[in-house]
Design a protein around this ligand. Structure first.
Ligand SMILES: [Zn+2]
Length: 217
């Protein structure tokens, strides 16, 4: 199955992508991982991407697309893949269509995770991370530590990352609305969009997604 996953920041996209890829036995291809892999292997594309990132600029679409093309040509992606974070605007979606067409393949579905904006803000802005180990993550409402401000695992101090402040979240949502949401309309015109609610326990959302993908609605 060839799937594109879309959803606003805070909808649990990364978590669902990992779980769905595992269940469907297809690789999870995220742009973050693509960048990291190319940069650490020092590929030409990686060096190019890094030069933009070091300058504080966005990596141009052509570079991202070329990385995605490389990755989709790997043997493990032969029977499908789940794209996460790409395409993130209509011009990338058009480029992806061209790319797939040239390979004689097509997308099966675009899975759209829906979450109300206020909920998304609450989810992200409530996150608290341990200073000693960023893998120790809590949430003031959903998984509060036993003692406020203190990590249950190691006793480290919990803090809110700058990225998680309400202001930053609102800005990221704005970018999502203006750049990424139009790709949902683009794919809807191709009859590919499957929308599910991203609310509720992680397991339930995964189950809902698998059901919806199976029935194609
Ligand atoms: Zn800790």
């Amino acid at each position: 199955m060839r799937i594109v996953l879309v959803g606003p920041p805070g909808a649990g996209k990364g978590t669902q992508a990992t779980r769905l890829a595992e269940k469907l036995r297809i690789p999870h291809i995220s742009t973050g991982d693509l960048f990291r892999a190319n940069i650490s292997r020092q590929t030409e594309l990686g060096k190019l991407a890094k030069s933009y990132m070091d300058a504080g600029d966005l990596v141009p679409d052509e570079v991202t697309i070329a990385m995605a093309k490389d990755r989709m040509a790997q043997p493990d992606a032969e029977n499908g893949f789940l794209l996460d974070g790409f395409p993130r605007n209509v011009s990338q979606a058009e480029a992806l269509d061209e790319l797939l067409k040239s390979e004689g393949i097509k997308l099966d579905a675009v899975l759209d995770l829906e979450a109300p904006e206020d909920e998304v803000v609450k989810r992200i802005a409530g996150r608290r991370v341990c200073r000693k180990d960023s893998a120790h993550v809590f949430h003031v409402t959903y998984s509060p530590p036993k003692q406020e401000g203190v990590c249950d695992v190691c006793g480290g101090e919990l803090y809110q990352r700058d990225d998680d402040s309400e202001e930053t979240v609102r800005t990221r949502l704005e970018v999502y609305h203006t750049q990424t949401e139009p790709i949902i309309d683009y794919y809807r015109a191709q009859g590919l969009v499957v929308t599910i609610s991203a609310m509720g326990p992680v397991d339930e959302v995964t189950g809902r997604a698998l059901e919806a993908l199976k029935s194609g609605q």
